[in-house]
Design a protein around this ligand. Structure first.
Ligand SMILES: *[C@@H]1O[C@H](CO)[C@@H](O)[C@H](O)[C@H]1NC(C)=O
Ligand SMILES: *[C@@H]1O[C@H](CO)[C@@H](O)[C@H](O)[C@H]1NC(C)=O
Ligand SMILES: *[C@@H]1O[C@H](CO)[C@@H](O)[C@H](O)[C@H]1NC(C)=O
Ligand SMILES: *[C@@H]1O[C@H](CO)[C@@H](O)[C@H](O)[C@H]1NC(C)=O
Ligand SMILES: *[C@@H]1O[C@H](CO)[C@@H](O)[C@H](O)[C@H]1NC(C)=O
Ligand SMILES: *[C@@H]1O[C@H](CO)[C@@H](O)[C@H](O)[C@H]1NC(C)=O
Ligand SMILES: *[C@@H]1O[C@H](CO)[C@@H](O)[C@H](O)[C@H]1NC(C)=O
Ligand SMILES: *[C@@H]1O[C@H](CO)[C@@H](O)[C@H](O)[C@H]1NC(C)=O
Length: 393
């Protein structure tokens, strides 16, 4: 313990004097969420009498804007990785740059857009399974009734602790919910008092039936409308001020917090993906791996690995579309390895305005910290501590 703390403070001192020690980037694993897609929910029209914006693409598909924004990410990352010396000019070999995406259209198309813009004159294969891929599919694996009851209890405790009255009321006003089909036909007229019912079933994704989920779907549509660049008076029918945005976002944050942000649930859901990641970190020499998945993958991996809470500046979402957890393995000239992790994402305004990313106009980098890997002021922690963590999962 004593020796270790001396070692750590030595690193802090060494790494603070960056001019004296050269650190080189050795491996990068990018865990990404697909970019802007059309709304997933099929019943939005039952939640408001107002007309919803029309989308060109099918439900749940990557939009042309999403492809553009992910292309900017591809161009930026290739420039950054070349600048760091881990990627050479020309077309990459698979042992240098490997791409793996979930089988859904929005993840495949996001990965394609990343590589075709990052490597314009190259053929880079996007690997994927040819059926539902368990590595990305966030379903409950544990079939024990004890596990299911514990998970439900956790969700109920979080549900009871919510204070969302104001958020629900704002949303009801924006939707004109009393005049919605859901109120008139289904007699569900009050987001504040209608009941939320958590659902945990082996083989399915955790779920919450009721107003929280309906609200989350509505807010998701507002977010996508905003990124897509719809007119200001079309996005949420022009009803969202900055303050109201933050208030209704609580509904979305709460929903994701309840279904994904408990350690046992997150570990169960992300187990196959954590195994895949561990195999790469522990025993794979591929320089760069891009993994294109979903918010569920990001939330559950962050929780399962024990990352500390974080804030993403200039972003309403906690796992924004197109956002990437970037795991970096650095080596110093004494061949000691270090880990650094950043959340790299486009700010809301960069997305809405469709701003090209360059080394001079980069996406946002937010440092992420693992509880089990003590970080120095420059964001580095000991690779061997990360290895211990991975072996314990
Ligand atoms: C590492 O680099 C620094 C600065 O370039 C140098 O002073 C030091 O001797 C190097 N250490 C080794 C083991 O090469
Ligand atoms: C790609 O190919 C086109 C046409 O051959 C060429 O104009 C362009 O400079 C190339 N781009 C890169 C990044 O090599
Ligand atoms: C695709 O499916 C076929 C038939 O089910 C299987 O033989 C093949 O290995 C699969 N390919 C991949 C890449 O999973
Ligand atoms: C399932 O959950 C129970 C209760 O939490 C736990 O004891 C058991 O180890 C879990 N099984 C697996 C395969 O993870
Ligand atoms: C929220 O609304 C419910 C139902 O109207 C009410 O019972 C509860 O006291 C309210 N909570 C707060 C914090 O105002
Ligand atoms: C997850 O829960 C922790 C508290 O346990 C909280 O600080 C953090 O903000 C939550 N993260 C997300 C993404 O909801
Ligand atoms: C590491 O990967 C190589 C090549 O796939 C394999 O042969 C070896 O058994 C692996 N080692 C461990 C410890 O998993
Ligand atoms: C490293 O991982 C990639 C992607 O999963 C895989 O194609 C490759 O075979 C692995 N290499 C080794 C040596 O295990």
């Amino acid at each position: 313990m004593f020796l270790k703390s001396i070692f750590l403070s030595a690193i802090v001192i060494i790494l603070n004097l960056e001019v004296c020690v050269l650190l080189k980037l050795k491996q990068v694993v990018i865990l990404s969420r697909h970019n802007v897609r059309t709304p997933l929910s099929k019943n939005l029209c039952q939640l408001s009498p107002k007309p919803w914006p029309k989308w060109k693409e099918k439900s749940g598909y990557l939009t042309a804007k999403g492809a553009l924004l992910e292309g900017f990410m591809g161009e930026y990352f290739v420039a950054w990785l070349k600048n760091e010396g881990i990627l050479l000019d020309g077309c990459p070999l698979e042992e240098n740059f490997y791409v793996y995406a979930n089988t859904q259209q929005r993840t495949l198309a996001s990965a394609k857009s990343f590589v075709t813009n990052g490597f314009p004159n190259c053929t880079v294969t996007v690997h994927n399974a040819n059926k539902t891929d368990p590595i990305f599919n966030p379903y409950i694996h544990n079939s024990s009734s004890v596990f299911i009851q514990q998970a439900l209890d956790k969700m109920n405790v979080k549900l009871k602790a919510l204070h969302l009255n104001t958020s629900y009321e704002i949303l009801e006003n924006i939707l004109d919910y009393m005049k919605s089909e859901n109120c008139i036909k289904n007699k569900q007229c009050d987001l504040v008092t209608d009941v939320n019912k958590p659902m945990i079933k082996t083989g399915t994704k955790p779920n919450i039936l009721g107003p929280l989920k309906l609200s989350k779907s509505v807010v998701d549509s507002f977010l996508m409308e905003n990124y897509e660049g719809f007119n200001a008076d079309t996005v949420a029918w022009g009803a969202l001020t900055e303050h109201k945005w933050n208030t209704v976002m609580e509904l979305s944050h709460s929903y994701h917090n309840i279904i994904f942000n408990s350690t046992d649930i997150a570990k169960d859901l992300s187990e196959p993906l954590i195994k895949y990641l561990s195999k790469i970190f522990l025993n794979n020499s591929t320089n760069i791996i891009l993994i294109m998945g979903h918010d569920a993958n990001i939330y559950t991996v962050l929780k399962a690995m024990g990352f500390k809470a974080y804030e993403l500046k200039d972003q309403y979402e906690k796992a924004p579309v197109g956002g990437k957890i970037v795991f970096q393995k650095w080596v110093d000239n004494m061949t000691r390895d270090f880990l650094k992790v950043d959340y790299v994402y486009q700010c809301t305004q960069q997305m809405r305005d469709g701003i090209k990313l360059t080394l001079d106009n980069p996406p946002s980098f937010t440092r992420l910290e693992l509880s089990a890997c003590k970080m120095d002021p420059n964001g580095f922690c000991l690779w061997e501590d990360f290895v211990k963590l991975l072996n314990s999962l």
